[in-house]
Design a protein around this ligand. Structure first.
Ligand SMILES: NC(=O)C1=CN([C@@H]2O[C@H](COP(=O)(O)OP(=O)(O)OC[C@H]3O[C@@H](n4cnc5c(N)ncnc54)[C@H](OP(=O)(O)O)[C@@H]3O)[C@@H](O)[C@H]2O)C=CC1
Ligand SMILES: O=CC(=O)O
Length: 293
C-alpha cells in the first residue's frame, strides 16, 4: 500500500517510520523539509508540497500540531485541496476540534475525495511501538480501506460514526488526562511539603486502584524535574482549550478542567510549552521557569 504522510513531528515521524518498517511505500512532506531526511534514509520518498504528495498517493495521512496547521495544509497554496479528488482519500490524525474536521471534510468532499478524521490516544512510545488507540469517524469506505495502515499504527481502532465524533472523543480523553496530571502533580507536592517521600507515594499509587501507565511513566522524571517532551505541553493546553470550548457548546460545567487549563497556560507563559506536559509540575511546585528537557 502506498501512502502520503504530512507532518513529521514527534508523532508523525514515529508513525511514518512504522509504516515504512511494515512494508508500506511512504511519501513524506514536512514544513521544515530537513525533518524528512531520517525517513528518506529509511526508504521514504519526499514530496515538495502537500499537493504533490496527494497527487502521487491514493491515500494521504496528516499529523499536524493544531487546527490552524491542519487547515493551512489543506486550504493554503500548494495544499491538499489542489490535488484531492475522485478516488483519493485524506486522513487527518491530528488532534483538532470537530469544527475543523467538518470544514476539511466538506471541502474534500466537494472536490470528490473522501475524508476520515482519526486522532489518536497514546504518546511517542506507543506511536513508535504501533500501540496507538485510533478514534476515527467520517467516510466508512475510506476507514475500511485504511484498516491495514491503522493495524500497523495502533493496537485498536474505533469507528465512531459521523464526522466530528473522533475529535470530540479525543478531546474528552485529553481533558481527563490533563486534569489527572494536575491532580497527580498536586499530590506529589503535598506529599513532599508534608514530610512524606514522593517516591514512596509513587510506590503506593502504583499498587492501588488509581494506578495507571501515565503516573508510572511520568512520576520518576517529574521528581527529577526532567521533562523531555513526549507530549508537548503546548499541545495539551490546546486540547484543554478545545475541550473547554466543547463544554461551553454543550453547557457542561468543568471546573476541574478549567483550573487545570489555567495551570497549563501559566506553564506556557513561563516558557515551558515545548517541554513535556508533565512540566506543569513546575507551576504547581512554584518553581516555574527553571525546568529542563
Ligand atoms: N506527542 C504526543 O504524545 C501526541 C500528540 N498528539 C497530537 O498529534 C499532533 C502532532 O503532535 P506532535 O507530533 O507531538 O507535535 P510536534 O509539535 O512534534 O509536530 C507538529 C507538526 O506540525 C507541523 N506544523 C505545525 N504548524 C504547521 C503549519 N502551519 N503548517 C504545516 N505544518 C505545521 C510541524 O512542522 P515543523 O516541523 O515544520 O514545525 C510538525 O511536523 C498534535 O495535534 C497533538 O496534539 C496526539 C497524541 C499524542
Ligand atoms: O494526546 C496525547 C496522548 O498522550 O494521547
Amino acid at each position: 500500500m502506498e501512502v502520503g504522510f504530512l507532518g513529521l513531528g514527534i508523532m508523525g515521524k514515529a508513525m511514518a517510520a512504522n509504516l515504512l518498517r511494515h512494508g508500506f511505500r511512504v511519501t513524506v512532506w514536512n514544513r521544515t523539509l530537513s525533518k524528512c531526511d531520517e525517513l528518506v534514509a529509511m526508504g521514504a520518498a519526499v514530496g515538495d508540497t502537500p499537493a504533490s504528495v496527494v497527487a502521487k498517493c491514493k491515500y494521504t495521512i496528516a499529523m499536524l500540531s493544531d487546527p490552524s496547521a491542519a487547515l493551512s495544509v489543506v486550504f493554503d497554496k500548494d495544499g491538499v485541496l489542489e490535488q484531492i479528488g475522485e478516488g483519493k482519500g485524506y486522513v487527518d490524525m491530528s488532534t483538532v476540534d470537530a469544527a475543523t474536521s467538518c470544514k476539511i471534510s466538506e471541502a474534500v468532499k466537494q472536490k470528490g475525495g473522501a475524508f476520515v478524521e482519526a486522532p489518536v490516544s497514546g504518546s511517542k512510545k506507543p506511536a513508535e511501538d504501533g500501540q496507538l488507540v485510533i478514534l476515527a469517524a467520517g467516510d466508512k469506505a475510506l476507514y475500511d480501506d485504511m484498516v491495514p495502515a491503522f493495524d500497523v499504527l495502533g493496537k485498536k481502532s474505533f469507528f465512531l460514526g459521523e464526522m466530528g465524533n473522533g475529535a470530540k472523543m479525543k478531546l474528552v480523553v485529553n481533558m481527563i488526562m490533563g486534569s489527572m496530571m494536575n491532580a497527580f502533580s498536586e499530590g506529589l507536592c503535598l506529599a513532599d511539603k508534608s514530610g512524606l517521600s514522593p517516591q514512596t507515594l509513587l510506590d503506593v499509587l502504583d499498587l492501588g486502584a488509581i494506578a495507571n501507565p501515565m503516573f508510572k511513566m511520568k512520576g520518576p522524571s517529574m521528581l527529577q524535574g526532567s521533562y523531555n517532551p513526549a507530549f508537548p505541553l503546548k499541545h495539551q493546553q490546546k486540547d484543554m482549550r478545545l475541550a473547554l470550548s466543547l463544554g461551553d457548546e454543550n453547557a457542561v460545567s468543568m471546573p476541574v478542567a478549567a483550573a487545570s487549563n489555567e495551570a497549563f497556560k501559566k506553564a506556557r507563559s513561563l516558557g515551558l510549552g515545548d517541554l513535556d506536559f508533565s512540566a506543569v509540575h513546575e507551576v504547581l511546585k512554584g518553581t516555574g521557569g527553571q525546568a529542563k528537557a
